[in-house]
Design a protein around this ligand. Structure first.
Ligand code: 2BA
Length: 107
């Protein structure tokens, strides 16, 4: 059994989840926050047989769009003063980790 952690943009979450469920995959959706942009994203947990990993990756890839975000170059200071400089970062499609699940148990 493999466990896929897929970090997707919040905007892409519904399309990814709907398509995975339509293809009979079980999905758990967690609300998460990226450490760099500090905005909400979504982490999907999907447990699958090893031979299904490529199919799940392809489904997520189809529904995850890469986008540009403009972010402040430096975080606001404790004084609440913002730096006027910004930078453009490219976010996503999606970031996936595929790990071995030692056991899969349903009680
Ligand atoms: P964030 O940490 O909010 O990162 C958003 C985007 O900012 C990243 O997009 C990347 O393009 C950029 N970025 C991140 N750290 C940076 C840095 N130190 N300097 C310059 N630019 C940086 P993605 O790579 O597509 O990542 C999207 C989200 O996936 C991340 O949100 C984070 O929540 C997660 N993620 C990505 N790589 C990860 C990793 N190795 N471990 C854990 N989570 C990861």
């Amino acid at each position: 059994m493999k466990l896929i952690f897929a970090i997707v943009s919040s905007e892409d979450t519904n399309a990814c989840v709907q398509s995975l469920v339509k293809h009979n995959y079980s999905v758990t959706k967690l609300s998460t926050t990226g450490g760099f942009l500090r905005v909400g994203n979504t982490t999907l947990l999907i447990g699958v047989e090893p031979e299904k990993v490529d199919d799940v990756v392809a489904i997520i890839e189809r529904h995850s769009k890469s986008r540009k975000e403009i972010v402040p170059l430096i975080s606001p200071s404790e004084m609440g003063i913002y730096n006027a400089q910004t930078m453009e970062v490219s976010v996503g499609g999606a970031t996936l980790f595929v790990v071995d699940a030692e056991k899969f148990i349903k009680l």
